[in-house]
Design a binder for this molecule. Structure first.
Ligand SMILES: C[S@@+](CC[C@H](N)C(=O)[O-])C[C@H]1O[C@@H](n2cnc3c(N)ncnc32)[C@H](O)[C@@H]1O
Length: 391
């Protein structure tokens, strides 16, 4: 078993040795996003090679283009609800290999020429190596002026600059999280120490007052030994997204739950997982920088924080219901019943798999009462999304 990428391990170890134990959230930030050696940032083995069947994990866009086709259809309806502005912008953050962007652009070009004519696609991607992979997958449109642009960070977009759709797929689950445990002393946080040449976890008081106040409304009935995670970066993120939206929608796809469901007493071990070569385990201290780390998203905190920033909650559903609302059955007509393509598309719908573990949250600003096809079937009551929420 490897401890991980040697230079990354040395960089994290030296920070711990200099300052003492660091909160787990800092360890995860360095492991995934250290500017030179982080899992998602290294150019010697870019994340593009880590996503997909030959990598560590795959995402919906690796499975089948149907999600991108459905999103194009949803974007076309959003465009009409916005009165077909002179420019409809889709901003995708954390676009991975650029496959979802490719599927959305191809479907728009083929099926929705009026939208395509006014469509500008922006990718938020800090890693030059990932941008290369995206350029390769989006080559068909690179010679069209103003069709596709890249920015390094959300912060580089001016406030109120977006009219259109802000989109992400499996972005928020990759944000660094605080890890929490209920002990006899009360709620404590996991910190990371470096002893005898190894990273080890230790329990210490919470690292900030903000974390303590976030935990107060959700933690009252947790039993001793209960472990979970808190994604404060997600709350900051939706706040920044809301500030950049002038008119339009925010559509977030990820695995996750309402706060009520995520923080229920039955879920005693939290949702933190590591992925390497399609194997799943819970040990963040092996293969540091050579494995992905994720947690399930608290969609309630996104809805509540968004509402505090002028984003109304349009609705919340799962991927299966989202795709069915957008007419996936008609999109699949004509596929050979035994074809691997149909089997792949159905994978995105499976009630015991991607169809229900993935959720879709849509929020809007300055669009009166939008009724969206993707939200036609919503198996979650809206009140459940914001009950027991802690943004
Ligand atoms: C699990 S991958 C998903 C990739 C892609 N959306 C897909 O579905 O295949 C998460 C991606 O989010 C990116 N990411 C995380 N934080 C980011 C940030 N602050 N800005 C831009 N991208 C970010 C990571 O670099 C990584 O490429």
């Amino acid at each position: 078993m490897s401890a991980g990428h040697p230079e990354l391990v040395a960089a994290i170890a030296s920070e711990v040795t200099a300052s003492g134990p660091i909160p787990f959230v800092r360890f995860m930030e360095l492991a995934l996003y250290h500017p030179q050696f982080g899992y998602y940032m290294r150019s010697s083995k870019p994340a593009a090679e880590r996503i997909g069947r030959n990598g560590d994990f795959y995402t919906s866009s690796d499975v089948h283009p149907i999600l991108g086709q459905a999103l194009a259809k949803q974007a076309e309806q959003m465009d009409r609800l916005l009165g077909q502005p002179s420019l409809f912008t889709i901003i995708e953050m954390g676009p991975g290999k650029g496959l979802l962007a490719r599927h959305i652009l191809s479907a728009s070009q083929r099926d929705y020429p009026s939208l395509f004519h006014r469509l500008h696609y922006v990718l938020i991607e800090p890693s030059p190596a990932m941008r290369e992979a995206q350029r390769h997958n989006l080559a068909a449109w690179l010679d069209q002026p103003q069709r596709i642009t890249w920015v390094d960070a959300l912060a580089h977009l001016p406030p109120h600059s977006l009219t259109g759709l802000f989109l992400s797929n499996e972005l928020v689950d990759s944000f660094p999280v605080h890890r929490i445990q209920m002990t006899v002393q009360g709620i404590e946080e996991l910190w990371v120490d470096y002893r005898d040449g190894r990273f080890v976890e230790c329990l210490k008081p919470l690292s900030s007052d903000r974390l303590a106040s976030h935990l107060r409304p959700i933690s009252s009935d947790w039993p001793e030994g209960y472990r979970t995670e808190v994604n404060l970066q997600a709350v900051d993120w939706i706040t920044h997204v809301a500030q950049r939206l002038n008119r339009g929608f925010v559509l977030t796809i990820d695995y996750g739950h309402t706060a009520q469901d995520l923080y229920c007493t039955d879920r005693k071990r939290g949702t933190f997982l590591c992925y390497r070569q399609h194997k799943v385990h819970e040990d963040p201290f092996q293969y540091v920088g050579e494995q992905d780390m994720t947690t399930h998203v608290d969609f309630s905190s996104l809805a509540t924080a968004g509402e505090g920033q002028g984003l109304q909650t349009t609705g919340f559903t799962n991927q299966m219901s989202f795709l069915m609302g957008l007419g996936i059955e008609q999109m699949l007509v004509g596929f050979d019943q035994d074809s691997p393509e149909l089997a792949a598309a159905i994978q995105l719908l499976r009630p015991n798999g991607m169809g229900t573990t993935f959720k879709v949250l849509i929020q809007h600003k300055a669009v009166p009462h939008p009724a969206l096809d993707g939200l036609r079937y919503q198996p979650f009551f809206r009140s459940a999304l914001t009950t027991q929420s802690a943004a």
